[in-house]
Design a protein around this ligand. Structure first.
Ligand code: NAD
Length: 371
């Protein structure tokens, strides 16, 4: 692959897949040509001029298709436009959740790499777009809830009296949850967190938060360090424990997910109703169905004075930071792709995320599920 094209994302997306600094690294270190669709970086704070100075050429959308071998975007943008054989689409297409997208790519002789499927191994860490976005979302969830919450996060001692610190409850202490804990602690809140993985407890405590566990629980470690779906008995006990702790919490950040499954329901309506009016819930698992029974994806609702935000994409609200992180992930991936000559045969990273090869659906996860 000798040339890359960077698409402008749709109107509801302010991030860009590759920023000018990375264009410079691609042209200089990887010796590739870069074509950027006019205005691609503007909403993230990167001008056409900055791209040109970094070595890219600014062109129209149709010229991106024509000039580039690697077609880069964040979102699924391809609508079946004419493309020459042998081109590769690289993006975060979320094909496990949006399976209908697959057939669009099967019409031509092209290949598709979906970066959300890069295996989460040590070797692939620098390409892990999910961790980059989860980390920023965890941070933003706290900032957003602090803004909406009617009081302060740290203890406030003034001549007019003392305001108590806020209690923050974090459900799911993975990448997003740990960043939420760290941010809430930095802002002076008292933080408690739940996770089904015992290993998360050590990380939670090292950030100065309290780890809450369901008593008498034997961890299911069959997924090699990842969470698995819990038994109905466990979930019942966990919900009761969450109900106890939530009544004292002013802010709840929920991030609990199980890879490839619907998110576990952890907060029932009755638990929301025992929170003080003015409290805030940010449900980062909303795209996967949400951890709270009242969550509505991509919306903020209010129930008994409690604000509930359903958003799995808070990183989008910081387009500069998220584009910078994504761009570094895309660079690592392109570099690896070049080193492997695009050949997935003996490479676990490419095998994990190459969904279509020359128009043919090759990823076992989809083939297994489609038959
Ligand atoms: P995720 O977004 O799939 O889930 C978030 C958290 O929810 C996880 O910690 C999970 O254990 C937890 N959870 C699931 N069900 C729950 C329930 N009923 N109650 C409470 N919590 C529940 O996960 P993630 O943040 O993407 O990552 C999770 C794990 O993967 C972590 O161990 C992380 O360190 C690891 N990881 C490894 C790498 C790597 O090695 N490159 C990269 C990223 C993540």
């Amino acid at each position: 692959m000798q040339s890359l094209g960077i698409f402008k994302e749709p109107a509801n997306e302010s991030r860009v897949s590759v920023i000018p600094d990375t264009v410079k690294r691609i042209t200089q270190n990887l010796n590739m040509e870069v074509w950027v669709e006019e205005g691609a970086g503007v909403r993230a704070g990167f001008t056409n001029k900055a791209y040109e100075e970094a070595g890219a050429k600014i062109v129209s959308n149709s010229n991106i298709f024509k000039n580039s071998e690697g077609l880069l975007s964040i979102n699924h943008l391809y609508r079946g436009e004419e493309v020459e054989d042998g081109k590769s689409f690289i993006g975060i297409y979320n094909l496990m959740y949006h399976r209908q997208r697959i057939s669009t790519y099967q019409k031509s002789n092209l290949s598709v790499f979906s970066l959300d499927m890069v295996p989460r191994t040590t070797k692939a860490q620098s390409m892990d777009v999910l961790s980059s976005m989860a980390s920023l979302s965890g941070y933003k969830a706290v900032i957003k809830s602090a803004e909406l919450y009617g009081s302060v996060l740290p203890m406030f001692t003034t001549a007019a009296g003392t305001l108590k610190p806020a209690k923050v409850l974090v459900l799911g202490a993975g990448v997003a949850g740990l960043q939420a804990i760290a941010t809430a602690k930095r802002l002076g809140a008292i933080v408690e967190a739940f996770d089904v993985r015992r290993a998360a407890g050590e990380e939670v405590r090292s950030l100065g938060a309290k780890f809450i566990e369901v008593p008498g629980y034997t961890e299911n470690t069959s997924a090699g360090g990842y969470a698995v779906e819990q038994s109905p008995e466990y979930l019942k006990k966990q919900k009761e424990l969450i109900h106890e702790h939530i009544s004292n919490a002013s802010i709840v950040i929920s991030t609990a997910n199980i890879p490839g499954r619907k998110a576990p329901l952890l907060i029932e309506q009755a638990s929301v109703e025992c929170m003080q009016p003015g409290s805030v819930i940010v449900d980062l698992a909303s795209e996967q169905g949400g951890n709270c029974a009242l969550t509505q994806d991509e919306r903020m609702i209010e129930h008994n004075g409690v604000k509930i935000i359903g958003s799995s994409y808070l990183a989008k609200e910081m387009p500069m930071a998220s584009s910078q992180m994504l761009s570094a992930n895309y660079f690592s991936f392109i570099k690896h792709l070049k080193q492997q000559n695009g050949n997935a045969a003996n490479d676990p990273i490419l095998q994990g995320c190459k969904v279509i090869e020359n128009g043919e659906l090759i990823h076992p996860a989809f083939i297994k599920n489609l038959t």
